[in-house]
Design a protein around this ligand. Structure first.
Ligand SMILES: O=C(O)c1ccccc1N[C@@H]1O[C@H](COP(=O)(O)O)[C@@H](O)[C@H]1O
Length: 195
């Protein structure tokens, strides 16, 4: 099970996620309580070994803004929330970074439909930590897709059983307060996601 831990802003939590076996970490470069500057993201990304994917998370910015921030941050992947058109993915393709298309369950769920490398199926309100009917997407996306939205160490097994995703992504569910990550919860999530 591929696991991404998102919304990290402290060295301690980056190190914990890497040591506990995360496949990817997310650095939020858009409006959010978890937002980091591209410069701060670059400091955090520098702590991450090459086998762990560093993902810059965006919502609704134009491709030029995304490009500049992703390059400044030195991330290896770009995650776009906010119903971006296919042309935005095409415009970023030349960067050679992994492109993640983040959508709600009512969107086009064909992996690669917008030339993205990974599909992320999220709750209607991204990053709000709200569980939703994960079973509604079972069998619809195929290939490399991540389930997100309201996952926690306590419910990730049920979510995986309901939706049968290729991987999972968590942010709020490993926090003790909004935007405040917790190392014990990060470890607990990774253990629960891969029993
Ligand atoms: O985390 C945020 O604040 C955020 C802001 C804007 C776009 C996406 C954001 N987070 C992403 O939301 C999902 C699910 O998060 P949660 O576990 O429900 O809190 C995840 O992919 C984050 O990358």
């Amino acid at each position: 099970m591929y696991v991404k831990i998102c919304g990290l802003s402290e060295e301690e939590h980056v190190r914990t996620a890497v040591e506990a076996g995360a496949d990817a970490i997310g650095l939020v470069l858009t409006h959010s309580p978890r937002r980091v500057t591209p410069e701060r993201a670059a400091e955090l990304a520098a702590l991450v070994p090459p086998h762990v994917l560093t993902v810059g998370v965006f919502k609704g910015e134009d491709p030029d803004t995304v490009r500049a921030a992703a390059l400044a941050a030195g991330v290896r992947a770009i995650q776009l929330h906010g119903n971006h058109p296919h042309s935005d993915f095409t415009a970023l393709k030349d960067l050679g970074l992994t492109l993640v298309r983040a959508v709600a369950a009512d969107a086009d769920l064909r992996c690669g439909a917008y030339d993205e490398d990974l599909l992320l199926v999220d709750a209607p309100r991204a990053g709000a930590g709200e569980p939703w009917d994960w079973s509604a997407v079972r069998g619809r996306p195929t290939g490399r897709w991540l389930l997100a939205g309201g996952l926690t160490p306590g419910n990730v097994r049920a979510a995986v059983a309901a939706a049968a995703p290729w991987g999972v992504d968590v942010s709020s569910g490993v926090e003790v307060a909004r935007g405040v990550k917790d190392s014990a919860l990060i470890r607990a999530f990774l253990t629960a996601a891969r029993p």
